[in-house]
Design a protein around this ligand. Structure first.
Ligand code: ACO
Length: 326
């Protein structure tokens, strides 16, 4: 089997910063509450001109440049998003056109915050089996477009951002060592957008009811998140025969600093080996892990040979973990 590794990373963040103090002016909240309950101080918000596909193309170009590849080298583009440009066509089609990536296979994947890890796992199957040589996996979210700025429980958490990784064959012993992804639809209504789909098509009534915005049962999700992240991370490490002490870097989905801390403690990973940018970026759903990854690669925090564990949890509910040797 061919071994799959990450050859390049890139990100694209909107310039506009929304601070907790900005949100204090919109809803009944405070910088103190948001900081203490989530760890978030600020997040990015896309301008009306920016879309999921335009930012994705920018992130994709950055990743391709690092990998030393051209868009025409790509055999596969997977765009993980729950905030596409439009219901039809796929955002991946728009990205492919924007990049000039020929006629390679390109599709969207919806697994919310776990989407990037689902994307890595699927692309790995294509590359491992020789079906594709190079793949671009993008985590892209403009969740501000789906946020109710009258709902203090959700509008303080999510932010906009996009990041991409180029995958391709690497030497044996490097690259993706183990991965696992799961879904449990029993909890599907813990985090959802009630209207705008086939179940409740858009109408004046659904718009008036504010049902095109994200609804979340944060408290219930919190508990499922900690349990699932701990279990799946431990299993992936076990599959690869690696102990938590051997990991060089743990990149968890940036959902809530308290979730990260609880999982870190349960896995017994030292604080200095855990990456966090939630204070600056907030929760960018499927873009969260690839943004962290790109920050770490470009700042030199990730070095050749490092063992990196990435674990995520999101709406669906979905969860998963990928262990990679850089
Ligand atoms: N400011 C002030 N008070 C608030 C705010 C706010 N922004 N939001 C909620 N509160 C209030 C609530 O109304 C409640 O008040 P009450 O006791 O008078 O009823 C109180 O704070 C406590 O509410 P909880 O929901 O119990 O607060 P909790 O400590 O659980 O924190 C949070 C809420 C931050 C949402 C947390 O539960 C969380 O992070 N959950 C997980 C979110 C997540 O991971 N989502 C999934 C991944 S995202 C994806 O897949 C797209």
């Amino acid at each position: 089997m061919i071994q799959t590794g990450i050859l390049g990373t890139g990100r694209a963040l909107p310039e506009k910063v929304v601070t907790n103090f900005d949100l204090e002016k919109l809803v009944d909240t405070s910088d103190k509450w948001i900081t203490e309950r989530t760890g978030i101080k600020e997040r990015r918000q896309a301008s009306p001109e920016e879309t999921t596909s335009t930012l994705s193309a920018q992130a994709g170009r950055n990743a391709l440049e690092m990998a030393g590849l051209s868009p025409l080298d790509l055999d596969l583009i997977i765009c993980s998003t729950i905030s596409p440009d439009m219901p039809l066509p796929s955002t991946a089609s728009l990205i492919q056109r924007e990049l000039g990536a020929g006629t390679c296979c390109a599709f969207d994947m919806a697994a919310a915050c776990s989407g990037f890890l689902f994307g890595l796992t699927v692309a790995d199957q294509f590359i491992k089996t020789g079906k594709a040589k190079y793949a671009l996996v993008i985590g892209a979210e403009l969740l501000s477009r789906y946020l109710d700025y009258q709902d203090r429980a959700t509008c303080v958490i999510f932010g906009d951002g996009v990041a991409a990784s180029v995958l391709g064959p690497v030497n044996t012993g490097a690259g993706i060592l183990a991965s696992e992804v799961h879904t449990n639809g029993t909890f599907a209504d813990h985090l959802f957008i009630p209207a705008g789909g086939t179940a409740r098509p858009a109408s004046c009534e659904t718009v008036q009811a504010r049902d095109h915005f994200i609804k979340m049962r944060g408290n219930e999700l919190f508990k499922v998140a900690v349990r699932s992240l701990e279990e799946v991370s431990a299993r992936v490490l076990e599959q690869a025969g690696i102990s938590p002490g051997e990991i060089d870097l743990f990149i968890p989905h940036q959902a809530n600093q308290r979730i990260t801390e609880a999982v870190r403690e349960r896995l017994n990973i030292p604080v200095e080996k855990v990456y966090s940018n939630i204070s600056r970026i907030g929760n960018t759903s499927s873009a969260s892990i690839p943004i962290c990854l790109d920050e770490c690669v470009r700042s030199g925090r990730i070095k050749k040979g490092d063992l990196i564990l990435m674990s995520a949890f999101g709406a669906g509910v979905t969860w998963g973990s990928v262990l990679i040797r850089w």
